[in-house]
Design a protein around this ligand. Sequence first.
Ligand code: SF4
Ligand code: SF4
Length: 452
Amino acid sequence: MAAPARLDFKHELERSGVPTPVPDIDIDRVRDCIHCGLCLPKCPTFRILHHEGDSPRGRMWQIKEASLGLVEFDDPRFQAHIYQCFNCRACETACPSGVQFGAVMEMARARTPPQNRRDRMVRRILLNGLLPHPSRLALAGRLFRATRAIGIPALLRWTRLWKLVPLGKFAAFPPPGDRSPWRSPLPKTTPAVGELRARVGLLTGCIQDEMFHATNRRTARALAENGCEVVVPQDRVCCGALASHAGEARTAHRLAEQTLDGFARAGVDTVIVNAAGCASNMKEYGIQLRSDPQKREEGVAFSRKVRDASEFLHGLGLRPPPRSIHLKVTYQDPCHLVHGQRIHRQPRELLRAIPGIELVEMAEPDWCCGSAGIYNLTHPEIAEEALGWKVQHIVESGARVVASANPGCIVQIAMGLQRAGHQIPVVHVMDLLGWAYGDEGPAPPAIARALD
Ligand code: SF4
Ligand code: SF4
């Protein structure tokens, strides 16, 4: 019997005399996909939308067709499938062929700016109008914290106005975080406690620093308590992660260059990042800066210095924290930590090292919560589905606190839990470590009661 016909996706399009690939998509990375479909059961948008075009395999196929000129980049159907992707990279973890899906998706998005009005508005206001401009961002952050200090979230919940106001759900159900409109930046240098083990730089970030300044302070504290001298670049640095993941390549390129310059002036050997999306982006600067060979080299060298905070502290060997936190905690894997950086074990082991913490696993801890950069703003309906599973799994775990490691996940999950009526605080792993090392900043009541 003749062997069954086998589809050779890898080269069939080229054989048919199709034009050369567009230069800004690396066709070799696209060709890595052998269309086996092993990633499909791990893809949240395939689970939600039940459409091959919204699976990793379907997206790779469409990107290949567009790269070879068989589909227009601005075809609305192509765009819909490309922008409906969470870019969570769960397909990368599942892929036996080593497809770098995140990089390919960012290249494809850069080639096809969205036509959807809501998406374009989010990009114009947030990605291009706010994040690259430190003074505007600081003003927005101050206003945001002021709304919390004067009780606007409670008012929005009580009047139910949050359902009518844009972004109302995030304003009405904020995560535990900073409230004061005024605050001082982290010191330029925090000295090591005890024997000096390392000298590190700390990325304080953009949204992270405006909404979670106290988490940055606790990260510096945890590092210092472990013998690290912590240097914070005084020029405000946004690493460009949100822009890069959304395909805003020019903005991302510019912010990556600024980040390289900022840390070059700090003169450190290791750069610590406590926001998973940012570290994942910074570890791939070589891809992001590929259009400029000199910057690309700098980007590759810089990426080698970048470490997630839990990855670094775990590798260094954690000094036992003196305080206990008697709590059942569950850990949510941020996509860009577990899939983007393959860091799964380290944050869990740090949590277990805190006396009193009982770590319980929720179901599907590594499935996207729907935050996905700006996705919960541009595609709220699909994001809500993913959030619904997450809330259910957390509640079923019986945990009293959720720990995570990315500001977007913390905002999204805190909103989902509170809105569903659950008083389960969502905090960063570095928050729990910071309190265990003696940070005296305010903790959510459930944690404050459990501190010994
Ligand atoms: S990145 Fe996530 S949502 Fe996008 S195709 Fe891969 S698994 Fe699916
Ligand atoms: S992305 Fe990987 S797992 Fe998914 S279809 Fe392609 S080769 Fe298979």
